[in-house]
Design a protein around this ligand. Structure first.
Ligand code: ASP
Ligand code: MG
Length: 410
């Protein structure tokens, strides 16, 4: 019998009632469909946020190891509660913390990486006919300590487990019923995408689609895990993410997947700096060292040895990035500027380099809407424009309309 991994996010297990509803869903899948189930759960509702704010109330700089000790308890509550709810329904189930499930983690506290999964215990429990419930977002490091994977890490746990157990698929249950051609709260005509390739989905996730953690999508692509995104509150078919094998359409297929946006963008610009070999590394090495991740980078063509370099970071990284960039700009004879309230809108689809019309059409659409473009980045799978945050929603609506996404068979 095939194994299926199911993952329920924080909003799906927010209260005791929610946990009972999840138990009911798991019972049905187990009894009516006869599936061997491994169920990954997140912490209830906003538990992780609450624990983090508690930590900052007791200490100015809580130690990362202790933060992980604390945060890992959120998921441990959920797994135990779900096991109890299943027992109550006569379903055999065992809850496991990440370390008990054989999840081995390396890296730093707060941002661990899964290095290995020892699945024996899970296989044994499945062989006994039990539902195995695994705490998301955690595992054990080389010291034997619990370590977390970073915010939103339960998706990654689920996909990694599906890969390690050779599962038929990984089902991600969340509070929306799939991936849409744009955020339906902004574009009511947006359509659910029944099936999307892993590379398009990874791009959509990185560019701002909040439904799944991009890291989990990439892991799924790497190991060929088929992922189904569904609502935990309904019965809809959701969205299937898998490698594209539809040979019927080849080059004639529609290439556009959707419009995604991100409101968490700010920009730092170094102007009039002396430039030459090594300049970029001088700017970006200190940012990397400080753990500030940089997204879009643009350098203007140098004129008489001077140029401008602009890059985007999330708002949380803005102050630090601006400070570090300021020091370097000064050392290179230039100045620093910053703009905090920006956003990004991206048109995502495969084969963009072959179809230069997409970029032109994106610029035309934004231009006609009177939306200024601050920066652009393109690749074979996306065109992204950095624009003022206040105009992001309008940009998403315009692009969705101009690319006729509401009419398309996606
Ligand atoms: N509970 C963790 C978080 O809120 C992990 C997760 O939900 O995926 O980030
Ligand atoms: Mg969560």
């Amino acid at each position: 019998m095939g194994i299926v991994v199911q993952k329920y996010g924080g909003s799906s297990v927010a209260t005791a009632e929610h946990i009972k509803a999840v138990a009911e869903r798991v019972r049905k899948a187990r009894e009516e469909e006869g599936l061997d189930l491994v169920v990954v759960v997140s912490a209830m509702g906003k538990t992780t946020d609450r624990l983090l704010s508690l930590a900052s109330e007791v200490a100015r700089r809580p130690a990362p190891r202790e933060i992980d000790q604390l945060l890992s308890t959120g998921e441990q509550q959920s797994v135990a509660l779900l096991a109890m709810a299943l027992h109550d329904r006569g379903v055999g189930a065992t809850s496991l913390s990440g370390p008990q499930a054989g999840m081995k983690i390396t890296g730093r506290y707060g941002s661990g990486l899964i290095s290995e999964i020892q699945p024996e215990r899970m296989h044994n429990l499945l062989a006994e006919g039990q539902v195995v419930i695994v705490a998301g977002f955690q595992g054990m490091n080389a010291l034997g300590d619990v370590m977390t994977l970073g915010r939103g890490g339960s998706d990654t746990t689920a996909v990694a487990l599906a890969a390690a157990l050779g599962a038929d698929r990984c089902e991600i249950y969340t509070d929306v019923d799939g991936i849409y051609t744009a955020d339906p709260r902004i574009v009511p005509e947006a359509r659910r995408i029944p099936e999307i390739s892993s590379s398009e989905m990874a791009e959509m996730a990185w560019r701002g689609a909040k439904v799944m953690h991009p890291r989990a999508v990439e892991l799924g692509a790497l190991y060929g895990v088929e992922i189904h995104v569904r609502s935990s509150f309904g019965e809809g078919p959701g969205t299937i993410i898998r490698e594209d094998t539809d040979l019927e359409r080849l080059e004639t297929r529609e290439t556009l997947a959707g419009i995604v946006h991100d409101l968490d963008v700010s920009r730092v610009t170094l102007t009039g700096i002396r430039t030459g070999p090594g300049t970029m590394s001088r700017i970006f090495a200190p940012l990397a060292k400080a753990g500030v991740s940089v997204d879009v980078i643009v350098e203007s063509a140098p004129k008489e040895g001077f140029s401008d370099v602009a890059f985007t970071v999330s708002r949380a990284g803005f102050a630090e990035a601006r400070r570090l960039a300021g020091e370097i700009a000064e050392a290179l004879g230039g100045e620093v500027e910053g703009e905090e309230d920006l956003g990004k809108v991206s048109v995502v689809g495969t084969g963009m380099l072959n179809r230069p019309g997409y970029a032109a059409k994106t610029f035309d659409s934004l231009g006609r809407a009177g939306i200024p473009i601050r920066m652009v980045s393109t690749s074979e799978i996306q065109v992204t424009c950095v624009i003022p945050a206040a105009q992001v929603e309008e940009a998403v609506r315009r692009l969705h309309e101009d690319f006729e996404l509401e009419e398309r068979d996606v």
